[in-house]
Design a protein around this ligand. Structure first.
Ligand code: SF4
Ligand code: SF4
Length: 186
């Protein structure tokens, strides 16, 4: 009996030493490995072109006018209903009288960008809006425009996304030809 107890003690000790040695090996490997993190915000990483970051509103580069025409398509498509737009009717074109976006509840699904007919709402290559106060993430029109000027835009705009998803031109032409042939009874 005494012999069995002694055996189990040395066996346990051996197991313990092996486990500590294995853990120390992992620690040593990680001590000399190059870090995978960067010291944000002093150092930033290059984001991919299709990065889905902060949402922003844009101005027309040529005229300097707001691109948003207040059509409310983004409001209707938004799954969590975080966008609210009021349209302002004007003589030549319409505008957004008010535009609010509750970024704290946004799903970053990009649907609002996809439906926008005038490329007025886009996503930026940044998520740099951390705050401890939720109210700061309720973005109004001015803040959304300011974000559009502050950060680099991502690739996606409504027109680009729709072009990308449209059927190839040859397929479109074939559909049109078949439609015309059907109409003329060929
Ligand atoms: S990205 Fe999606 S969830 Fe966020 S505002 Fe646009 S439609 Fe709404
Ligand atoms: S951002 Fe685009 S989709 Fe939304 S209201 Fe303005 S024009 Fe319409």
């Amino acid at each position: 009996m005494a012999r069995r107890l002694g055996e189990s003690f040395w066996g346990d000790l051996y197991g313990l030493v092996r486990a500590v040695a294995r853990a120390m090996k992992v620690t040593l490997i990680n001590l000399i490995r190059r870090p995978v993190t960067v010291h944000y915000p002093d150092k930033t990483r290059a984001y991919p072109d299709r990065f889905r970051g902060l949402l922003a509103l844009t101005y027309d580069k040529e005229t300097g006018e707001e691109n948003c025409i207040g059509c409310r398509l983004c409001e209707y498509i938004c799954p969590p209903q975080v966008i609210k737009v009021e349209m302002l009717k004007a003589e030549k074109r319409n505008f957004a009288k008010t535009f609010t976006l509750e970024l704290y509840a946004c799903e970053f699904c990009e649907l609002c960008v996809q439906v926008c007919p005038t490329d007025a709402i886009i996503m930026m290559k940044s998520f740099d809006l951390a705050t401890s106060d939720r109210r700061e993430l309720l973005l109004d029109k001015d803040r959304l425009h300011a974000l559009g000027l502050q950060f680099e835009p991502s690739w996606a705009t409504g027109n680009r996304l729709r072009d990308m998803q449209a059927p190839p031109k040859a397929a479109k032409a074939e559909v049109k030809r078949k439609g015309e042939a059907k109409e003329s009874g060929e």
